[in-house]
Design a protein around this ligand. Structure first.
Ligand code: URP
Ligand code: ZN
Ligand code: ZN
Length: 460
């Protein structure tokens, strides 16, 4: 199979130019003006942008969480990702406390093997670090290609580890050439505030927000970067939402630490006023919660300053019926919202069209930096000779409206119902195969490959 894409405006993190792309098999073979190769398929991309396939390094598919499962399966979630121009996702395996990392890997493979439509990898969430767990890290990094280890400083009693475990894990992960990811909020403080609110009879979704004030995130982020500095372990803060936490990172970079930051599309464009909608606010109950306008400004600035390298989703969808588990008690609302399909279009529309970021920055934060940080560059995350032919052909002028009636995520509402966006994904190519074309998915489950990742890259 070969594909020739003619006259597209190719955009990478570094440049932006009009040329043709020739794909043979799974990878890009040539880029240039007026390529004359014979191809099985020719696509005219005149007037369109061609981006590297999006990489969303923060998704939760079919994840057991808060007494239920997130509602997108590996099939529906990776298919919806493709519709949204995301050709690869990194999902999270959760170790069960008292059990091995291997048993968690086996459980997650049982759900994901042969079921993904798009490419995927895993982070391993270590929820119980001990002498046995420590021995498993090397094997995961070297043999399985899982090189990033997630930690939770919150979700007390379920996923949270203490600082003693954090330091031990950091030392081992550093030794093996990996990276520590963190959900950085102060679990003890949050636990206290949740109880206090419940005892006062405050049961609405608004109190989820009020139980996780900015300080809980700023404090934990600072503690995390200090521990990472002490151990010398590279760190990646997931879903950073606020100015206070970003300032902790700003301080850390003064001592030349390797700390990376991810925010998510919702924190850039939605704010905490949505929690004032009574129980409807449950649609946006996530941790950390949505913040204030001043935090959105800090995050956009952080992206442009290079302090925030990645815009992900933390896609963790639940049907409305699942959200109703917390009708009488905000602490029982499953945390998370759907966005895997919307990230690229929203970021383009709210970021590039509104002049908050450049086209090149769009590519950097939606694809290239994740590939670099997580050990996949230049196979993924760019448009270059020899790279996987993961491409998005994008009409920058087409306007449309987001709605649950049209989306492909397995969830019965949208966090962005009625949002008007400018720019539409037209064609998506994954490893040389056209997988999305004009609103149709042409790939089946099993098409997605598990991508073995390298040790932490020195490229960024
Ligand atoms: O609310 C969220 N973020 N749900 C998914 C789990 C996590 O903390 O990332
Ligand atoms: Zn989290
Ligand atoms: Zn998450």
């Amino acid at each position: 199979m070969s594909v020739l894409i003619k006259n597209g405006n190719i955009v990478t993190a570094a440049e932006n130019y009009v040329a043709d792309i020739f794909i043979d098999g799974e990878s890009i073979q040539a880029i240039g003006k007026n390529l004359q190769m014979q191809a099985t398929t020719t696509i005219d991309a005149t007037g369109k942008y061609i981006f590297p396939g999006g990489i969303d390094p923060h998704v939760h598919l079919e994840m057991p969480f808060m007494g239920t499962f997130s509602s997108d399966t590996y099939e529906t979630g990776t298919r919806a990702a493709l519709y949204g121009g995301t050709t690869m996702v990194i999902d999270f395996i959760l170790q069960k406390q008292g059990h091995s990392l291997q048993s968690a890997l086996d459980e997650w493979k049982g759900r994901s093997d042969n079921n993904c439509v798009g490419d995927y990898s895993f982070h391993m969430a270590v929820t119980d670090f001990n002498e046995e767990t420590k021995k498993e890290i090397k094997h995961l990094v070297e043999d399985i290609g899982i090189t990033s280890f997630k930690t939770f400083m919150a979700y007390k009693g379920a996923l949270m580890i203490d600082d003693r475990q954090m330091i031990g894990l950091m030392e081992e992960v550093k030794k093996q050439g990996g990276l520590i990811n963190v959900h950085a909020t102060n679990g003890d403080m949050i636990d206290y505030l949740v109880q206090k609110n419940k005892e006062a009879g405050n049961r609405a979704p608004l109190y989820h927000y009020l139980s996780q004030p900015e300080i809980t995130e700023a404090e934990a982020s600072e503690r995390f970067v200090d521990m990472a500095s002490y151990t010398g372990c590279p760190g990646y803060i997931v879903h950073l939402t606020c100015e206070g936490a970003l300032n902790a990172v700003r301080n850390a970079t003064r001592r030349n630490q390797k700390i990376f930051v991810e925010t998510c599309i919702q924190y850039l464009i939605l704010d905490a006023s949505l929690y004032e909608k009574d129980f409807e606010g449950a649609k946006w109950v996530m941790s950390p919660p949505l913040r204030e306008k001043k935090d959105q400004q800090a995050l956009w600035a952080g992206i442009n300053q290079g302090l925030v390298q990645v815009v992900a989703t933390d896609h963790c969808p639940f049907y409305w019926e699942q959200k109703l588990m917390g009708k009488e008690d905000f602490s029982k609302i499953p945390n998370g919202h759907p966005a895997i399909e919307n990230r690229m279009e929203l970021l383009f529309s709210e970021g590039v069209v509104k002049n908050k970021i450049t086209l090149e920055k769009f590519v950097e934060v939606s694809s290239t930096n994740a590939a670099k940080i997580f050990g996949m560059f230049p196979r993924k995350g760019t448009i270059g000779i020899g790279s996987d032919a993961d491409l998005v052909i994008f009409n920058p002028n087409e306007k449309h409206t987001l709605s649950a009636k049209k989306h492909h995520m397995n969830v019965d509402y949208s966090g962005y119902e009625g949002w008007d966006v400018t720019g539409k994904i037209k064609t998506v190519i994954l490893r040389g195969k056209v997988v999305i074309d004009e609103g149709k998915c042409l790939a089946e489950k099993g098409n997605g490959k598990f991508i073995k990742r390298s040790k932490v890259s020195q490229l960024i």
